[in-house]
Design a binder for this molecule. Structure first.
Ligand code: DAT
Ligand code: MG
Length: 140
């Protein structure tokens, strides 16, 4: 299986509750390596651009406001099958449907405040990494 890179965001509901370390531990103890990381406050343009695929959805406004409501931690995660593995570690979008032991089951507050973002495919992973990181900021 190939070594992949995926893009992750620890969302404001999680940074607000000081859960950054507990979430990173889930990545690391499941075989993913943090190869880039920065804590930032997103701009409105960044948040709207990042979630542009959802801009016609009824929850878009709420989603953008949530992403602007506090600091986020942007990360690149690397490992075997990293994209699918991270989606497994995260759990289902709606925490009510997430498996035991996943980040969203343990930490998410609701569908809207679900603690983490993770890329869903190789194309989106590459696009999302490039949206936030320069090549030289990623150290494998
Ligand atoms: P995921 O984050 O699991 O990839 P997604 O890409 O379908 O899920 O949606 C992006 C985010 O938008 C999701 O993490 C939370 C929010 N969201 C999705 N569906 C929603 C809904 N029905 N109501 C409120 N927020 C929603
Ligand atoms: Mg998604």
């Amino acid at each position: 299986m190939a070594i992949e890179r995926t893009f992750s965001i620890i969302k404001p509901d999680a940074t607000e509750r000081n859960l950054t370390g507990k979430i990173i531990d889930k990545f690391e103890s499941n075989g993913l390596r943090v190869v880039a990381s920065k804590r930032v406050k997103l701009t409105r343009d960044q948040a709207e651009g990042f979630y542009a695929v959802h801009k016609e959805r009824p929850f878009f406004g709420e989603l953008v406001e949530m992403m602007l409501s506090g600091p986020v931690v942007l990360q690149v995660l690397e490992g075997e099958n990293a994209i699918a593995k991270n989606r497994e570690i995260m759990g289902a979008t709606n925490p009510a449907n997430a498996e035991a032991g996943t980040i969203r089951k343990e930490f998410a507050k609701s569908m809207g405040e679900n603690s983490v973002h993770g890329s869903d495919a190789p194309e989106t992973a590459a696009q999302e990494i490039k949206y936030f990181f320069k090549d030289e900021e990623i150290v494998g």
